[in-house]
Design a protein around this ligand. Structure first.
Ligand code: CA
Length: 233
């Protein structure tokens, strides 16, 4: 990939300038938009690698922008929002955003989130268009056809629910999945609740993580959900 292009959608000039300066220091290309309508136009015409999207724009709700974009692009969208309420983040993630940053955020935090998003872009580009039968991430390997999981070549025995949770997270590596979304995908509507999900995720983590106290793969987002992180192999 050449220099990644980041579309910065932000109506607050001070925040947009801070982001732009940060991106310049890292040699990223960027393009700026200050409205939702402008963001939608630029997303189609510039084809950015990642979008940084402020949820509170003058003309459109950020969640509506995400829904419109998801009709035609899987480009990573990182929501940047002053709203600290978890409900807004969850709504944005459920609409298809990959990740979120809450203002005020640090420059290091912004860059770390961008690296995660770009890793997903690179991985998707490298993968063949055919749906992969085998998933590999660091020491973890899933054979979807055999329904088996290994860590460092050693098979890990999972219950059917743990396996389904792992596959869901693996297929969305790099993306924050909400509790609501995961429960719906694994159990169907009304099939389980968030406390039950936490119990299964705890046992999955104990089986999967080399050191469950310092997870490398399964990241917890308190009050929001979980994410599978990509490790270099
Ligand atoms: Ca704003």
């Amino acid at each position: 990939m050449n220099k990644p292009l980041i579309l910065v959608v932000e109506d607050d000039t001070a925040v947009a300038n801070l982001i732009a300066t940060t991106l310049e220091t890292q040699d990223y290309h960027y393009h700026r938009a200050t409205t939702g309508a402008g963001a939608l136009l630029d997303a189609a015409s510039c084809r950015p690698d990642v979008m940084l999207l402020d949820l509170g724009l003058p003309d459109m709700d950020g969640v509506d922008i995400i829904r419109k974009l998801r009709g035609w692009t899987g480009m990573p969208i990182i929501v940047v929002s002053a709203r600290s309420e978890d409900a807004d983040k969850v709504a944005a993630l459920d609409a298809g955003a990959d990740d979120y940053l809450t203002k005020p955020f640090s420059v290091d935090e912004l860059l770390a989130r961008l690296r995660v998003a770009l890793r997903r872009v690179r991985y998707d580009a490298a993968r063949s268009s055919e749906e992969a039968r085998v998933y590999e991430n660091g020491a973890i390997r899933i054979d979807y056809e055999a329904g088996c999981v290994w860590r460092n070549g050693e098979e890990i025995h999972l219950t059917p629910i743990e396996y389904r949770l792992l596959c869901l997270l693996a297929k969305n590596t790099g993306k924050v999945l909400t509790h609501h979304y995961m429960v719906e995908q694994v159990w169907g509507a009304g099939g389980a609740d968030t406390p039950a999900l936490r119990v299964f995720m705890a046992t999955l983590r104990r089986k999967l993580e080399p050191d469950p106290a310092h997870p490398q793969y399964l990241q917890t987002h308190v009050g929001i959900g979980y994410r599978m992180l990509r490790q270099s192999s």
